[in-house]
Design a protein around this ligand. Structure first.
Ligand code: AMP
Ligand code: ZN
Length: 684
């Protein structure tokens, strides 16, 4: 084969992988109907990454491998948009809707009877995305409507937003970035583990993310985008609803939950969305009613703020009134005390609710919730309902303000309080039980250790863990591995069969790799992602335990994205006698397997040096990379500002050499590279 034919073949293979990955992303993130397993998907992604590593010239900003996000940006630029992004007028009642209809028929005048398209109002952050020549070229926030902030690198990380579409002309889209409810639950579990504040609702989580400066952080949020409008492009389509359907055929995420009807059907369509919205994967706070025909839209035009052809019908927030019967205090895995109101059961948003969170001591004081109070509770995106307000007039006589207990309600240890500090609004007031042996904490830690993202121990539910801890059978996570079926079979709701299953799951979890174990320990600030990074530098549990305090700091502080606080948390944890004892017990029970290496070595003669390898060498490119990584170097796909060496094989391109010159990278031969990797120095 000629080199040219080979190049074409490689490019074709690259295009095939990209297409396949994009198709799977589409099925997963847009249709919510994947056809391959996560493992198969990961394998394709690895293949693509390997191919791009060998042929860096094939990498484009739109490649699925680039979804992890690029460089941090120093600032965000403002962009003036061609078409203003409007807000929507609101309606709250059938009367408001009649008024909207009246204005509309006046505006149309020619006696045309419009059709309407009714769709869910998505509750996230609005964006505009522009495709040109089939490529995603720009994304902006709404900003003030006329001008938005450029957030293209952030939007590129959103899975499900194709980087290429089969449409050549310019296409300007409006959409909403949001987080699905189920994804928010997982995200919050991770944030809690990392010691970060959890998001109260998906909107906050999504809105904060789109404007972040570091696209790699954005990539870590489970964002989705749904497009609900095309502003420029589909002139061939006469209506909005047909345009939505056309967008879907291009592989663009739209919700396709719209309904087209004459005016008579509008209120029913709104009611249908209200009835169905609890089953939507995303939050919906209303229905948007739009005049369907573009011709009618053009005639109607816009005010300075809203289009006159659309209106948002807002559903009333889901609220209910009930009576507080008691206020109990829960103790979490980290020892935090949270007050919970136990109330007369009441219908709220399709479920029966009898408990509401009071968040923390500050909030309970502000609201002054007391036992016997009638309270209004609300569920507006929040996962647990919140107490909104007290109906003070109905308060029975002789009640006392609620006080947080001075002792842990579970173990009786005196609590430690932290008050809210002036100027640090992000630090909530907290009350904690400082006793690590507190059964509530032990139980929380075990459940966390056993959870899906961590050690994934099946059949180990809350009631079983509760019994194991209360009976003193398990005092720490390592004790799990000493349990036998006999221990478990005697417990409540435990037959012989289920006992055997639990024990089998526990024993099977010894085979998990180190990352899951580290992520499951509940080290403050260290969630699953950070846990994996720690596991990669340590490799094995034995190594982690063998490290001196200094070594821990040295290795961990080299991890990408680890700040001083995270390093400190890991060091404190590994140094702590009680924690060490548990880690040693885990090691003695042969729990966890070595972490496969993915990252560069943390020592070696080339530590801190970076290489770009190009041209034809005597060995396979992968082997060369492995050699360099093994010696501590990092590999760049192209010559960059901070590239130290360019290894130039035969037929090295001129561009690469020019770049090396421009950035001051030293050009070396394969032989010289071998010397460097062996720790020798090259003559000047
Ligand atoms: P508001 O921010 O309350 O003025 O509502 C206007 C915003 O609702 C728009 O800027 C959109 O971002 C958003 N929105 C959500 N879903 C839709 C939809 N289906 N059609 C139009 N706008 C929508
Ligand atoms: Zn306690």
């Amino acid at each position: 084969m000629t080199p040219k034919a080979k190049t074409t073949e490689i490019a074709a293979e690259h295009a095939r992988l990209v297409r396949e990955l994009e198709a799977h992303e589409y099925r997963y993130y847009v249709l919510d109907d994947p056809v391959v397993s996560d493992a198969d998907f990961d394998r394709l992604m690895r293949d693509l990454r390997a191919l791009e590593e060998k042929h860096p010239e094939l990498v484009t900003p739109g490649s699925p491998t680039q979804r992890v996000g690029g460089e941090v940006r120093p600032s965000i630029t403002k962009i003036r948009r061609e078409h203003r992004m409007f807000s929507l007028d609101n309606a709250y009642s059938a009367e408001d809707m009649l008024e909207f209809h009246r204005r509309l028929t006046d505006g149309l005048r020619d006696g045309d009877t419009p059709s309407f398209c009714i769709e869910p109002k998505l509750d996230g952050a609005s964006i505009e995305v522009i495709y040109e020549g089939g490529h995603l070229v720009q994304a902006t926030t709404r900003g003030d409507g006329a001008e938005g902030e450029e957030i293209t690198p952030n939007v590129r990380t959103i899975r499900g937003v194709p980087s290429r579409i089969p449409h050549d002309g310019k296409l300007t889209l409006r959409g909403e970035v949001l987080i699905f409810r189920k994804d928010l639950v997982t995200l919050n579990v991770e944030r809690e583990a990392a010691g970060l504040e959890v998001f109260a609702n998906p909107r906050n989580a999504a809105a904060g993310a789109v404007r972040m400066m570091d696209p790699r952080e954005v990539a870590k949020r489970p964002l989705r985008a749904i497009f609900y409008q095309a502003v420029e492009g589909p002139k061939a389509k006469p209506t909005h609803s047909e345009t939505l359907e056309w967008l879907a055929t291009l592989g663009l995420p739209t919700h396709l939950r719209h309904k087209v009807t004459p005016w008579e059907g509008v209120m029913d369509a709104i009611a249908a969305i209200d009835a169905a919205r609890a089953d939507y994967p995303f939050e919906t706070d209303g229905a948007v009613v739009k005049v369907d025909s573009f011709r009618h839209q053009d005639i109607l035009g816009a005010t300075s703020k809203f289009p006159k052809w659309a209106i948002a019908y807002k559903f009333p927030a889901e609220r209910a009134i009930t009576t507080v019967r008691s206020i109990t205090v829960q103790v979490g895995r980290t020892g935090a005390l949270t007050p919970v109101a136990n109330m007369d059961p009441v219908e709220l948003g399709g479920t029966t609710v009898s408990r509401a969170s009071l968040h923390n001591a500050d909030q309970i004081r502000e609201l002054d919730v007391r036992v016997g109070d009638r309270v209004s509770i609300q569920k507006a995106g929040e996962i647990i309902p919140q107490v909104l307000a007290v109906e003070a007039r109905s308060r029975p006589a002789g009640t006392e303000p609620f006080e947080m207990p001075k002792e842990c309600p579970v173990c009786g240890t005196r609590v430690v309080s932290r008050v809210r500090e002036e100027g640090k609004p992000e630090l909530e007031a907290t009350v904690r039980c400082p006793n690590r042996q507190c059964p509530a904490q032990v139980q929380g830690r075990i459940l966390y250790f056993a959870s899906r993202p961590a050690m994934a121990i099946d059949h180990l539910g809350e009631s079983l863990v509760d019994q194991l801890v209360t009976k003193g059978l398990v005092k720490d996570v390592a004790d799990l591995y000493d349990l036998t079926a006999e221990h478990v079979a005697g417990l409540e709701r435990m037959g012989k069969k289920s006992a055997t299953n639990v024990i089998a799951s526990i024993q099977a979890s010894r085979e998990r790799t180190l990352d899951r174990l580290v992520g499951g320990l509940g080290i403050p600030q260290i969630g699953q992602v950070a846990g994996r990074q720690v596991a990669q530098v340590a490799g094995t549990l034995a190594t982690l335990l063998a490290w001196s305090d200094e070594q821990v700091r040295e290795h961990v502080s080299g991890i990408h994205g680890f700040g001083a606080k995270m390093v400190e948390c890991v060091a404190l944890f590994v140094r702590d006698d009680a924690e060490r004892a548990v880690l040693q017990k885990l090691l003695d029970r042969d729990v966890s397997r070595p972490q496969p290496r993915e990252v560069v070595a943390t020592e070696g003669p080339l530590l801190g040096k970076s290489f770009c390898v190009t041209g034809v060498l005597t060995r396979k490119r992968e082997d060369v990379h492995a050699l360099l990584r093994g010696a501590g170097a990092t590999i760049h796909d192209s010559v960059k500002k901070d590239t130290s060496y360019l290894v130039a094989g035969e037929k090295t391109g001129k561009t690469k050499l020019d770049q090396a010159k421009k950035y001051g990278a030293r050009v070396v031969t394969e032989e010289e590279m071998d010397k460097l990797a062996a720790g020798e120095t090259l003559p000047e």
